[in-house]
Design a protein around this ligand. Sequence first.
Ligand SMILES: [Cu+2]
Length: 171
Amino acid sequence: MKRGTTIYLYELAWILPSVAIPVGMLVALLVTSFGAGKHLPGVGGMVDPNKVDTTPPFDRPGVVQVAPGRYEVDMVSQVWSFSPNEIHVPAGSEVDFVATSRDVIHGLFIPKTLTNVMLLPGQIARVHARFDKPGTYPFYCHEYCGMMHHTMAGQIIVEAGGQASPPKGGQ
Ligand SMILES: [Cu+2]
């Protein structure tokens, strides 16, 4: 009798957390998703992957100043490069990356920042980074995308003097 009660409590000690943990995770998911508005990172719109070249802003990849100290980088990835692959911004800049892929799945990873996003054909990724310290910030494709994947990289040069990339070409 005594022994039977002990086993029941022991089982209960396992069963309760095994119910409470999934329920807690589900509640956390609902709260963050609907309450706090957390969603899959980087899905900032859709674009026809076959028409990237003619769809603004990807028809003219490059750096645009959107406000004092704030820049938008319109970026296209393809095997095996980024356009643009060299970006100049002044120190202290807030930079929004608006990026997509023209062909296969790529990634955008800027190690010295928290920027790490997948670039999926058909989807527009929007990520933000702040560059306070002058220097060179390399960025990489972190999704294996074929034979020359390891060469797919670029750099952001944060200028102490405050020079941004020249304005986009074209009209
Ligand atoms: Cu890639």
